[in-house]
Design a protein around this ligand. Structure first.
Ligand SMILES: C[S@@+](CC[C@H](N)C(=O)[O-])C[C@H]1O[C@@H](n2cnc3c(N)ncnc32)[C@H](O)[C@@H]1O
Length: 301
């Protein structure tokens, strides 16, 4: 008979709860961090306070909630879905199973975008809104349109924008890539261009053929991961659609997967033969962001 890692019901100190959770999480990813983060979440305190006070009591209802969360973590559910939040670019983002958990690799795209100081920005495939909200929080003059195919993701992104006080400068739109953008935004004879100085996108880029075997696909939305055959189907479609929406001197910054740099660069040159196309590696040295910089004067925001 399998014995439980948890001591029999009795008043429990945080220290004892943590060691029971560690035993239950054996084999899971980052068991120590997961056990601590979940207990801090259940107790409503920071992880550093928990570590400083291992004698804190865990009430019976807190213990029951903790046991349940630890069991879900042991089955591979991402920590961010269990606590309902994830830090990204120094800000706390609400997340839930309908959206991709923001990844640290994506912070590179935000840093490259901030360096350009764009005033009018489009974020395609906004998910939790982490890119759009981080840009709005750091660029007080910027106005941003954020699109996604998923209404559930847009609802989370809107909550994150409100949470960080930037809702007034963001417009959310349900759209398949750029198809639902109002044509009235396009430049026309006699009408000044109000097109974007930056199009940022972290679209799905996992090769569909590899997706079934990836543990990530068991918990995070397929729509956020499936990049079609080869992985670059959506990136290619966006590159082909983006031209009319970009201001002279504007740029695209697109997150891509490790090893996708050369193929992504060819797609970019096919769509923008006069542009400067560059692949930026992440901290691990993997291809991570494709930058497509259009020629032309860069107008101030
Ligand atoms: C990889 S997730 C990125 C989410 C977020 N930007 C981030 O960096 O964490 C890709 C997002 O693109 C959205 N998406 C997928 N196909 C799309 C399409 N054809 N048009 C617009 N958004 C799409 C998904 O719903 C998902 O939210």
């Amino acid at each position: 008979m399998k014995t439980s890692a948890w001591p029999p019901a009795a008043p429990l100190a945080a220290r004892a709860a943590l060691s029971a959770a560690l035993a239950a999480l054996a084999g899971a990813e980052s068991p120590t961090l997961t056990a601590q983060a979940l207990l801090a979440h259940v107790l409503g305190i920071t992880r550093s306070r928990l570590l400083a006070h291992p004698e804190l009591p865990v009430a019976p209802d807190q213990r029951a909630a903790y046991e349940q969360l630890v069991a879900r973590a042991a089955l591979g559910e991402p920590l961010a879905y269990l606590t309902g939040q994830r830090e990204f670019h120094g800000l706390d983002f609400l997340v839930e199973p309908g959206v991709l958990v923001p990844r640290p690799e994506t912070e590179l795209l935000v840093d490259l975008a901030l360096a350009r100081r764009p005033g009018r920005i489009l974020d395609v495939g906004t998910g939790s809104g982490c890119i759009a909200v981080a840009l709005a929080a750091n660029l007080p003059q910027a106005v941003i349109t954020a699109v996604d195919l998923s209404p559930a993701a847009l609802a989370v992104a809107r909550r994150n924008a409100r949470r960080h006080g930037v809702l007034g400068r963001l417009t959310f739109l349900e759209s398949d890539l750029l198809s639902a953008l109002p044509a009235s935004s396009l430049p026309a004879p006699g009408r000044p261009a109000s097109s974007f100085q930056l199009i940022a996108a972290n679209l799905p880029y996992v090769d569909r053929g590899a997706l079934c075997d990836l543990p990530v696909a068991r918990h995070e939305p397929w729509l956020a991961l499936d990049g079609g055959p080869g992985g670059l189907a959506l990136v290619g479609r966006l590159l082909r659609q983006a031209g009319p929406w970009l201001a002279p001197g504007g740029a695209l910054l697109l997150e891509i997967g490790a090893g996708q740099g050369p193929a992504a660069q060819s797609l970019a040159y096919a769509a923008f033969p006069a542009a400067r196309c560059q692949v930026h590696p992440d901290l691990a040295g993997h291809d991570r962001v494709l930058e497509v910089a259009l020629p032309g004067p860069v107008r101030p925001a």
